[in-house]
Ligand binder design. Structure first.
Ligand SMILES: [Zn+2]
Length: 290
């Protein structure tokens, strides 16, 4: 029943609000809009010892009506150089990856995971940006004066940072570490490199020896070296060794080579697709066992 799901979500969202109020962090803050409990606005500090340090970033967490059984969408609003703004970003905690989401997780884990993902590589994920450290530092500096049309000046939304030597250990540390592993797995694999052509290098022609009898007198010999272009223009065809074993394929015309390459490409693509499918099935199998 839709209404009972809605009730579950509202109860859970109220619990998330209470948790944020009773155990506040100086690294993040979030609250739902008064007009819509499913639309949260959050403020996070850029993680220490990274190019985001000193920055304050604001965004939205859009909880689904099936919350906490389905993951939220996450949108950044403050320019930061790691995530596109006003775009639903792809992370292992976001709606793009329901397979990783666990109902026990709430807004607090989402924010802590988001902060920990900031210094990681974008890997071409949806909404990811790979700005340089300098650009990110500049954006972090500018971010503190950023203002949300609905919430106002974002630096006033987050509790004052308390001085401490070490960052507070998150109670979700091990789960967040696991999420980083998932994110690595989700990264698009690099395309296999093209086969390098095995073209024969032109055998270098013998350089004419300097005929000067006295080497000390004229080290720069007058003998003109063969220009490289001339040497390359006439590649020496290697003499094919006498074939004694019957060759399975006689010398092929260039056109059949092209066909062969295309067929090989298709075969490779099919194998890769099959392996990807197998890997996905394995993951699903793992998920159902868990
Ligand atoms: Zn806001």
């Amino acid at each position: 029943m839709a209404s009972s799901i809605g009730n579950t979500a509202i109860k859970r969202i109220r619990a998330d609000v209470r948790e944020m109020m009773t155990d506040p962090s100086d690294q993040y803050y979030a609250a739902p809009l008064e007009s819509n409990m499913f639309d949260w606005h959050f403020t996070i500090r850029g993680p220490r010892d990274t190019e985001f340090e000193g920055g304050i970033f604001h965004g939205r967490i859009l909880l689904p009506s099936e919350y906490p059984f389905k993951p939220p969408n996450i949108i950044l609003l403050t320019p930061n150089g790691r995530f596109e703004v006003k775009k639903k970003i792809c992370l292992s905690i976001s709606a793009y990856h329901p397979e990783h989401w666990q109902p026990a997780w709430g807004v607090r884990l989402i924010l802590e995971a988001l902060i920990s993902f900031m210094p990681t590589k974008g890997e071409g994920a949806i909404g990811a940006l790979d700005f340089t450290a300098e650009e990110r530092k500049k954006l972090a500096k500018e971010s503190v004066v950023w203002s949300c049309p609905q919430c106002g000046s974002i630096k006033d939304l987050i509790p004052e940072e308390t001085k401490r030597d070490k960052p507070v250990e998150s109670k979700y540390a091990s789960q967040i570490a696991q999420l980083h592993i998932h994110n690595m797995e989700g990264a698009t694999p690099s395309t296999p490199s093209e086969e390098t052509s095995s073209e024969e290098e032109a055998t270098p022609t013998e350089k004419p020896m300097a005929t000067s009898s006295d080497a000390d007198e004229s080290p720069q010999s007058e003998a003109a070296p063969v220009p490289a272009s001339v040497a390359a223009a006439a590649p020496v065809q290697p003499v094919a060794p006498a074939v004694t074993i019957p060759a399975p394929a006689p010398a092929r015309a260039p056109s059949s080579d092209v066909v062969d390459n295309v067929l090989q490409g298709i075969a490779t693509a099919l194998i890769v697709a099959f392996l990807a499918l197998l890997y996905k099935k394995l993951l699903q199998l793992n998920g159902s066992i868990e």
